[in-house]
Design a protein around this ligand. Structure first.
Ligand SMILES: [Zn+2]
Length: 156
């Protein structure tokens, strides 16, 4: 039996999101040892503009605008928690679910790789990604709750 299920608010956030990503998210909540909420699914351009202004997002061509991305935030003792340890558990569950369904996904903790093709634990993937960015002289923008369908296979 699955331990957790998506609440009403999470299901509402999934409205308008691509069916493949919805399927992965729904499977992940059955597999995860860490409860999570769908904090953000489909976004309007106005919402995206506000996030960029606040520095919470880096781009106006976000995959959230076309329904190809979701933000999954750990839910602990009745609160949403942006913390890495539980985020890694959610990323693991998303990878497992996506592999089971043969749907490739990309994770905001290691943007330059396809999560479903990686074998390292999410913590190592994020640490290595940040190190690669630093080596290239760039700042690493890690977005642990963010999962998306690869643009090459799912054009906007
Ligand atoms: Zn996101």
């Amino acid at each position: 039996m699955a331990k957790y299920r998506l609440g009403k608010r999470s299901l509402r956030e999934l409205e308008g999101v691509h069916a493949d990503l919805v399927a992965v998210t729904k499977r992940a909540i059955e597999l995860t040892p860490q409860d999570f909420s769908v904090h953000d699914g489909l976004r309007t351009l106005a919402e995206q503009q506000r996030l960029v202004e606040r520095g919470a997002s880096k781009t106006l061509s976000s995959r959230h605008l076309s329904g190809h991305a979701v933000d999954l935030v750990p839910y602990i003792n009745g609160k949403l928690r942006w913390e890495w340890e539980p985020l890694y558990l959610v990323a693991d569950a998303m990878r497992l679910a996506a592999q089971e369904l043969s749907i490739p996904i990309r994770w905001g903790g290691a943007w330059d790789q396809t999560l479903t093709e990686c074998v390292d634990c999410p913590e190592d993937l994020a640490t290595d990604y940040a190190a690669r960015r630093r080596q290239a002289g760039c700042r690493a923008f890690l977005d642990g709750p963010h999962f998306e369908l690869p643009v090459a296979l799912y054009p906007a």
